[in-house]
Design a protein around this ligand. Structure first.
Ligand code: NAP
Length: 286
């Protein structure tokens, strides 16, 4: 039997429409900054998509391009302008950054109250402690798409393949939250995990974020499991995920496609985080 397709593109449009309706009722439009370093062609596509989506829902989006040679100190200076700018409700530094930039310094440089990507250590800590200010966009998008499609998370065994700071780790923390978002039983697997296929086959929900085209085949998936493919890989045959969609859809009960799954949900959640930041700042008179 073929799996239900968890259509992130369709649901992200609904979320964006809801975001637009809320923004129409605000006293001022939310403002989002995007700092871009260098001219990575994939980043350029992501930034254009974010900018277009923001504009469509009524968020004013300011893209700040920096040259690829900018130093970490120079980038911190640019971030400082966004931190101080009274109208900016939130901003992101588009990843990946050139290798010479110190990512830890950058993560520490963003004003935690404008950190709509949830990268600042303080926001990571708040998420781990169970009282998040911003749930990073990709983990939030995964959870909202599952909930929207009626996939129960509470009490379920979720295996996350990949432990990056932008997907695997914050997703694990979000799924462990008490109540609305989480209450899952979480395992995080990575390159050193022994018996990887067996571990993945224990999952009720398997989330894959490793950056390896079609790595997860049906051998990794228990009959009836829900499979979320976060991967975005450019191959000669076009874009594909980390999951071998053709074989896995025959054993899973539900699966996200690539493209059209978690990618558009991530953008929708960035906009939601920006809106919520604007609402919080407005309440504080900013
Ligand atoms: P990353 O920083 O490169 O981390 C990859 C993780 O996968 C690491 O924890 C690594 O383990 C693990 N891993 C790699 N190969 C593995 C293997 N063969 N077996 C087990 N674990 C393995 O990647 P990322 O930034 O999280 O991105 C992952 C993928 O998601 C990429 O394709 C990226 O483009 C995509 N992505 C999509 C979105 C979206 O909006 N849809 C957002 C972010 C990322 P170790 O820690 O042991 O090295």
């Amino acid at each position: 039997m073929s799996a239900q397709i968890l259509d992130g593109l369709a649901y992200s449009k609904q979320v964006r429409q809801q975001t637009l309706e809320v923004i129409k009722g605000l006293s001022r439009p939310p403002e989002l900054g995007i700092i871009v370093v260098g001219q990575d062609p994939r980043s350029a596509v992501y930034v254009r998509n974010k900018q277009r989506a923001a504009t469509e829902v009524g968020i004013q989006c300011h893209v700040c391009p920096c040259c690829a040679e900018i130093s970490t100190t120079g980038l911190i200076h640019v971030m400082g302008s966004n931190n101080k700018h009274p109208a900016i409700d939130g901003y992101i530094v588009q990843l990946p950054l050139p290798a010479h930039i110190d990512l830890d310094v950058v993560a520490n440089g963003v004003d935690p109250e404008k950190d709509v990507d949830g990268f600042h250590p303080l926001n990571q800590g708040l998420l781990l402690r169970g009282s998040p200010r911003f749930v990073p966009a990709t983990p939030r998008g995964i959870i909202e798409l599952l909930k929207h499609n009626g996939c129960t998370i509470s009490g379920k065994r979720v295996v996350i393949l990949g432990r990056s700071t932008i997907v695997g780790r914050p997703l694990a923390a979000a799924l462990l939250l008490n109540g609305a978002l989480g209450d899952a039983t979480v395992t995080v697997a990575h390159t050193k995990t022994e018996h990887l296929q067996e571990v993945c086959r224990e999952a009720d929900i398997l989330v894959v974020a490793i950056g390896r085209p079609r790595f997860v085949t049906s051998d990794f998936v228990r009959q009836g499991a829900v499979v979320v493919d976060v991967g975005i890989n450019k191959t000669n045959g076009g874009l594909c995920g980390d999951v071998d969609f053709a074989s896995v859809k025959e054993v899973a009960s539900a699966i996200t496609p690539v493209p059209g799954g978690i990618g558009p949900m991530t953008i929708a959640m960035l906009l939601k985080n920006t809106l919520e930041s604007c609402q919080r700042r407005t309440m504080r008179g900013k």
